[in-house]
Write a protein that binds this ligand. Structure first.
Ligand SMILES: [Zn+2]
Length: 201
C-alpha cells in the first residue's frame, strides 16, 4: 500500500505568515494544520496509508521533516518508513493585496513531482479556486518560506509544496478563514492525490 507523507509548514514559535484583521489574528501554522487535518480525515475514511511530519502546534526542523519522509527518522507514531509521495502545505504572503491564488512547486526535472502538482492543480481549477499555477522550486522567492522550499529538493519521494493562497489578500483570507474554504482546499488536495495514484492505490 502506498504511503503518503503530509507536511504542515511551521509550528510552535515559528508561526509562518500572520495577519491581524477585523476578525483577529490569523497565523499560517494554524491554517495549514487545519487544512492538513481535513485531508487526513478524507484519507482515514478511504483507508489510505499516510503519515504526517507534525501533528500539533510544535516546532519541527526542516531536517526532521525530510528524514521522516525519507524513512530515516520515526514519525509521530514511532514508524520509520519511506513515503511514496510528499505534500507540504503552506500559505503565502505578499506585501501588497495584488498577489492572490494558489501556487504549487515541484523540484525541476522531477517527473513524479510535476505529475502530482498537475493533478492537484487540475482539481483546484475544476473547483474554480484562484490559481497562479505550477512552478519549479528554483522560482521560489518568498522570504518567509525560503528555507521550507528545500523539502521538495531533499525528500526522496516525488514532492510538492503547495501555497494554498495568500493570507495577505483579503479574498484569499476570507476563504482560508471559513470551514467551507478549508474543506474545499483539502478536498482538492485529496482528489489530486487520488488522481495521482489512479487505480493502483
Ligand atoms: Zn510557509
Amino acid at each position: 500500500m502506498r504511503r503518503i507523507c503530509l507536511d504542515y509548514g511551521h509550528g510552535g514559535d515559528d508561526s509562518g505568515a500572520s495577519v491581524t484583521d477585523d476578525w483577529g489574528l490569523i497565523q499560517e501554522k494554524n491554517i495549514v494544520l487545519e487544512i492538513g487535518k481535513m485531508v487526513e480525515s478524507f484519507l482515514i475514511h478511504d483507508r489510505k496509508n499516510y503519515t504526517v511530519t507534525r501533528n500539533g502546534d510544535y516546532f519541527l526542523s526542516l531536517e526532521d521533516r525530510i528524514k521522516i519522509a525519507n524513512g530515516e527518522k520515526k514519525d509521530a507514531n514511532g514508524i520509520k518508513k519511506k513515503a511514496d509521495c510528499f505534500i507540504s502545505i503552506h500559505v503565502d504572503f505578499f506585501a501588497s493585496q495584488r498577489a492572490h491564488g494558489s501556487t504549487i512547486f515541484h523540484f525541476p526535472g522531477s517527473r513524479g513531482g510535476q505529475e502530482l502538482a498537475e493533478k492537484i492543480d487540475n482539481r483546484f481549477s475544476a473547483r474554480k479556486i484562484k490559481r497562479r499555477g505550477i512552478k519549479v522550486s528554483d522560482d521560489f522567492i518568498d522570504n518567509d518560506d525560503e528555507k521550507y522550499i528545500k523539502v521538495v529538493a531533499e525528500t526522496k519521494p516525488p514532492a510538492v509544496l503547495i501555497e494554498t493562497g495568500f493570507i495577505s489578500n483579503d479574498g484569499d483570507r476570507r476563504i482560508l478563514r471559513t470551514h467551507a474554504g478549508i474543506y474545499q482546499t483539502a478536498w482538492c488536495i485529496y482528489e489530486g492525490l487520488m488522481d495521482y495514484y489512479g487505480a493502483e492505490n
